[in-house]
Design a protein. Structure first.
Length: 373
């Protein structure tokens, strides 16, 4: 590593210390990093010039020369999260500290429409959110409801039959005037948001109920993607080999027993709000219980295979609350071989979890490797 590489490494080291300990003095950063005070001061000046950190007013009343504490610049660079779902789009901007500065969602059914239409709709909403936030957005990550390829393409989404090998990264970057764009699976990004922003455990299975059933695996505080990036496809685990045909081509997938459409049909509900309003009536209650037990069967197999101690329920599953969670717990208690029992909890981030994860991934990448001047 040359001198420029060493300096950039140290720049990232100082920035992470500020992020982890803010507000923090230069002296404290030097002590924690092992760098000299002169080196830290030089690096801090570079971070100040780049708009990544800011100085606070010195505390009064102490002895000696008061220090100006450092913290991340809330008016500095920001990250954009975009979500393209089966029936909606969303956009979110977070600042360097991960605080949401603007967020919007809108209905947009993509099942029978060309990908270009959905991409334009998402880009238009993103532009509105960027303008509302009023921050300098330096990059975006797009949450997608399917398998994402190594070049940022949506390879396949079972509930979006026309979205095959769609070059989302390239297309959306062009629509956003060249903004750097990355992509990720929506459940993966929601799981990371749960870990980063929601106090989620470092080892967990995350599962979210929407039109499809999304799943993600977090091990050792990091996302487990599998060899091809497809790990966590819990919605297409078979829970009834003789069950109804699924959009993936198989039969009896979890999605056909516990996905939103299947649950609404079994409950005789017109939409999610109707289901939530009547979920304690006999027929909806039975539908929720059956969905929870099917979900519990699929989760039990995954827990036994991976030996994870916690399950986080997101999306519609979080909104259904105790009745669904009790049904899941009953199956896990019967089928899982571990002790103590699996910790089952509901996501605290709501419907914006994937958006939070997408936007936060941008600023976390910036904090890990800030641009050198």
């Amino acid at each position: 590593m040359g001198a420029a590489g060493v300096r950039r490494h140290n720049l990232a080291l100082v920035l992470r210390e500020v992020a982890d300990g803010e507000p923090v003095s230069r002296a404290a950063v030097a002590a924690r990093t092992g760098l000299t005070r002169g080196t830290v001061s030089s690096l801090v000046e570079e971070l100040l010039d780049g708009g990544l950190v800011t100085e606070l007013a010195a505390a009064r009343g102490g002895t000696g020369r008061p220090a100006n504490p450092l913290q991340l610049n809330r008016s500095g660079p920001a990250g954009l999260g975009v979500e393209i779902g089966v029936d909606h789009v969303g956009a979110c901007v977070v600042d360097l500290a991960g605080a949401v500065r603007a967020v919007r969602t809108a209905e947009s059914d993509h099942r029978g429409r060309a990908p270009a239409v959905g991409l334009r709709t998402a880009a238009a909403l993103a532009a509105e959110v960027i303008a509302e936030a009023g921050l300098a957005v330096v990059g975006a990550t797009v949450a997608l409801p399917g398998v994402v390829g190594p070049r940022g393409e949506l390879q396949r989404a079972p509930n979006l039959p026309r979205w095959i090998d769609v070059p989302v990264t390239a297309e959306l970057s062009g629509l956003l005037r060249g903004l750097p764009v990355g992509t990720g699976n929506e459940a993966d990004l929601a799981a990371l948001a749960e870990l980063w922003c929601g106090g989620g455990p470092p080892d967990m299975l995350y599962v979210s109920g929407e039109i499809g059933v999304g799943g993600a695996i977090v091990l050792g505080g990091g996302l487990f993607r599998g060899a091809g990036g497809r790990a966590g496809e819990l919605g297409h685990v078979v829970v009834d080999p003789g069950g109804p045909r699924c959009s993936c081509g198989g039969r009896g997938c979890l999605e056909q027993a516990a996905g939103q459409d299947a649950l609404l049909a079994a409950a005789g509900a017109t939409d999610v709000d109707d289901l939530l309003a009547r979920q304690h009536d006999a027929v909806p209650a039975a539908a929720v219980d059956a969905a929870g037990r099917a979900l519990g069967v699929a989760l039990a197999g995954a827990v036994n295979l991976l030996d994870v101690p916690a399950v986080v329920l997101g999306g519609l599953y979080a909104r259904l609350g105790t009745p669904l969670r009790d049904a899941v717990a009953a199956e896990l208690d019967t089928r899982v071989l571990t002790s103590p029992p699996v910790d089952i909890r509901s996501s605290v981030l709501g419907a914006d979890a994937a958006l939070r994860g997408a936007a936060t991934s941008v600023v976390r990448a910036l904090l890990q490797l800030p641009p050198a001047s």
